[in-house]
Design a protein around this ligand. Structure first.
Ligand SMILES: CC(C)(COP(=O)(O)OP(=O)(O)OC[C@H]1O[C@@H](n2cnc3c(N)ncnc32)[C@H](O)[C@@H]1OP(=O)(O)O)[C@@H](O)C(=O)NCCC(=O)NCCS
Length: 163
């Protein structure tokens, strides 16, 4: 398992973001295209101004190799987890390690109780990450997402502070 650290995103991470969002499988990981330095800076800035969310740059061997975040933190101490890794760092346990670290932070420091996430059924790598990071599968939400006219089933996972 790769060792990772989490830290806040910084303006000098813009090149990493542009590289990451250049990957076709990242199209749905941001609300709008991250294809210019300005868009990348805005992405960093938006995360910085929310008190219902926190995103962390994932650092391995001194390099930023991904993102892990909790958003939609609500009055029930529940939050929504998301993650991605840059293509060249995949398959080395980075996302699993980052999701575990995020859960530790969310439960111990942010005081959350329930962390949820969802992955499309055609994304088995994300399912493996969720499961290995301790997020139990809770069921399939049928036809939850729609991209370019196609609807996708989504599997919900969650991890509790008491798991
Ligand atoms: C999903 C993603 C975060 C995985 O990142 P990663 O750093 O490669 O993940 P890890 O190395 O920590 O773990 C990958 C796991 O998925 C498994 N995996 C990879 N491709 C797989 C596939 N096609 N089918 C089944 N399992 C697969 C690996 O075997 C590994 O599990 P294991 O450790 O039990 O063997 C990365 O591919 C990504 O950023 N994809 C694009 C964005 C995305 O889909 N984010 C999640 C949205 S829900």
């Amino acid at each position: 398992m790769t060792e990772v650290e989490l830290r806040s995103w910084r303006p000098d991470d813009v090149p990493v973001l542009l590289g990451a969002f250049g990957s076709p499988d990242m199209a749905q990981q941001a609300a709008r295209p991250i294809d210019t330095p300005r868009a990348a800076l805005e992405w960093i800035g938006l995360w910085g101004f929310r008190d219902d969310a926190q995103a962390f740059a994932v650092v391995a061997n001194g390099q930023v190799v991904g993102n892990v975040a909790v958003s939609n933190i609500d009055a029930h101490a529940t939050g929504w987890v998301s993650y991605w890794t840059v293509p060249h760092a995949r398959g080395r346990g980075v996302a699993v390690a980052a999701a575990r670290r995020l859960a530790d932070w969310a439960f111990r420091e942010r005081g959350l109780f329930r962390l949820e996430l969802g992955h499309r059924l055609d994304n088995p790598a994300s399912c493996a990450v969720a499961t290995r990071a301790g997020f139990l599968a809770e069921g399939v939400e049928r036809a939850k997402l729609s991209y370019e006219g196609v609807r996708y089933d989504v599997e919900r996972h969650a991890r509790l502070a008491t798991d």
